[in-house]
Ligand binder design. Sequence first.
Ligand code: COA
Length: 433
Amino acid sequence: MANWESMYKEKLRSREEICKEFEAGYKCVSNSQTAEPVGILDALVDYLAKNDIKGLEHYLLLPLKQQKYMDKESEPYLHHTAHFISGYDRAMIWEGYGDYMPSHYSRVPILWRDVLDGPDVYYCTVSPMDKHGYFSCGTSPDLSNVRRKAKKVLLEVNKTMPRAFGSFIHISEVTAFIENDEPITEVAAPPISDDEKKIGDLIAEQIPDGATIQLGIGGIPNAVAGGLMGKKDLGVHSEMFCDVMVPLTESGVITNERKNINRGKTVVTFSFGARSTYDFLDDNPGVEFLPVDYVNNPFVIAQNDNVMSINSCMEIDLFGQVCSESQGPMNFSGSGGQVDFIRGAAASKGGKSFMAFKSSAKKDTISKIKPVLTEGSVITTTRSDIDYVVTEQGIVKLMGLTASQRAKALISIAHPAFREELTKAAKDMHIIV
Ligand code: COA
């Protein structure tokens, strides 16, 4: 009989001991969000400073809490680069002691495998080992394939991480690990505004029974979910498992029975939300957490019919070009899986994608529909990729429209306070006559 328990004892380390696995100049890649190994990182920053070991690099998407490595004085020891920026690392990146590496989410593991030739360390938080010697990657196995190119695999075992299905790491693959039962981070769902409810209802009307849905972060996805309560046999193939998917599953709306691939299973690459969602995911064979190079691969997404992709943006211009990740030249978030899912939905039989946002920002002082994108804005989604655009003012389908028809359609769903100036700008640019 395999002796996984003795292997477990051999590889278990204290926080101080595991720090000795790291060397100057190491590149370290973590699974995302709740799977960031916060206990290891906390100890590591102190260890590196105490021993004056410099030049390590930490790569991650979307940290969910404030941590020591985000302090300016930690930077010479552990430099952070985000593949997707959150409210926690945005300041350090804007001030220049952190950095951002652009990539479609589906391609991040491929970057690490084929372009960057693997990291020195792959690390993440996992759930406790089972009797077969496996640790579940829990709520975020997104970059777990990167471990196959890493010199060392370091884990943080946490009892509060759900034992989710789909992605496991075996004790025999692990270099060393620590135990840390500090609760994984919960994130409260934002309240749904009246405008978001209108947007949600407009999108829900377009979603047929049996569709496979992708919902992202924020108020709009939650609002869409409200409008889905009367639907039948929905499937989920989505980057994120969000809180609202729990009631949709428990009420029998999500069955996954009409999917062509992964039939009967909700497929996602990460989740963060309420503790009750983590409890729902624990030991739940109905939800498969798979690496992002599978889940977000547009060729995989397209294998289901009627894929419905719902995303949001910062601004869109009258040509239909979308910026979702910067405020002018300032990196705000990341491209994430937006283009992965828009292209997957476009290639899916009956698929649709929705770019959904409130028509104005900053208390109605700024239109999110602009004549041209703000100078320096990063184009996340090109005009040739954009399909439906939705605001609280209405819904338009840009795919198949000419340049002037697109501009008119976009102006029709702009906030009324900006329609006149948008029309004038469109005329001045000779988009419309
Ligand atoms: N000009 C200036 N500021 C703007 C703006 C604009 N056109 N649009 C939004 N803002 C401001 C908001 O006022 C807000 O600022 P505040 O926090 O100071 O109030 C901030 O930018 C964020 O906007 P908000 O509308 O609250 O963002 P959100 O939480 O709905 O997220 C995106 C919107 C675009 C940032 C987010 O969807 C994203 O990062 N998308 C890219 C990745 C993606 O789509 N991934 C796939 C799905 S998981």
